[in-house]
Design a protein around this ligand. Structure first.
Ligand SMILES: O=C[C@H](O)COP(=O)(O)O
Length: 261
């Protein structure tokens, strides 16, 4: 089967870093370094904390930057008595392109299970936001050799009720939990094994054509020095980057290394 061309996506998840002033400084520095060839080669996104999204929006729209942005989480609810939550319509009003759903840190520290993640994925689509669905196994599961079945079960749980049309635009991020923020990177072959299995299962659940369109990212200690080998894998379409996205010079270097090839 001919492989459709998927534009790489390099997304920087800032996690709990950068107030709105620091966010402006970081995006300005990125914008100063990036050029049209970079934007043509990859979609480039930042995922600031909620409090900085408005500042990033103002900068991006005011200067017509080709950097896209999104949120690190999205409520499964649209409105009502849900203290602390931020809804899809609120994020859409800020012109967010993406929202993470099911990041392992949300699953671990906020006890989000597959049903909640599924509701968040659907909430994002309902507001015209592209969910970046995060999946991945912990160390115990990896050691037991059950990483593929574990990640596929998370995928199936998160996609209940998601249509084929939606899944074509979905972004999936495979992030082995043991490789997040630890300096421990999965080998390119480890990343490919799971990303290929995810694409195959999307093909079985929907259609091979849809599976060829879904972008699948790898995340977990991705840096400018290791991204090229990961991106060289057939089923890896980009990276979800934590720590290395907090430094503009390193992030731009990483983006360029990711698309050279
Ligand atoms: O969302 C990003 C991932 O959790 C990876 O974080 P990291 O690049 O700091 O390991």
């Amino acid at each position: 089967m001919a492989t459709a061309k998927r534009k790489p996506l390099i997304a920087g998840n800032w996690k709990l870093n950068n107030n709105h002033l620091e966010a402006i400084a970081l995006v300005q520095k990125m914008a100063f370094a990036l050029n049209d060839a970079d934007y043509d080669a990859a979609d480039i996104a930042v995922l600031p904390p909620f409090t900085a999204i408005r500042s990033v929006q103002t900068l991006v729209e005011g200067d017509k930057l080709r950097i896209t942005y999104g949120a690190q989480d999205i409520s499964q609810h649209e409105k009502g008595a849900y203290t602390g939550e931020v809804s899809g319509p609120m994020l859409a009003k800020l012109n967010c392109t993406y929202a993470l759903a099911g990041h392992s840190e949300r699953r671990e520290y906020h006890h989000e299970d597959d049903a909640v993640v599924n509701a968040k994925v659907k909430a994002a689509f309902a507001s015209g936001i592209t969910p970046i669905l995060c999946l991945g196994e912990g160390l115990e599961v990896r050691k037991a050799g059950r990483h593929v079945e574990h990640t596929l079960a998370q995928l199936e749980g998160a996609l209940k009720g998601v249509t084929e049309e939606q899944v074509r635009t979905l972004v999936v991020a495979y992030e082995p939990v043991w490789a997040i923020g630890t300096g421990e990177v999965a080998t390119p072959e480890d990343a490919q094994e799971v990303c290929a299995a995810l694409r195959k299962r999307i093909g079985e659940l929907y259609s091979p054509e849809a599976a060829q369109q879904t972008r699948i990212l790898y995340g977990g200690s991705v840096k400018s020095g290791n991204v090229a080998a990961i991106m060289a894998q057939a089923d890896v379409d980009g990276a979800l980057v934590g720590g290395a996205s907090l430094d503009a010079d390193e992030f731009v270097k990483l983006i360029r290394a990711a698309v050279q090839g």
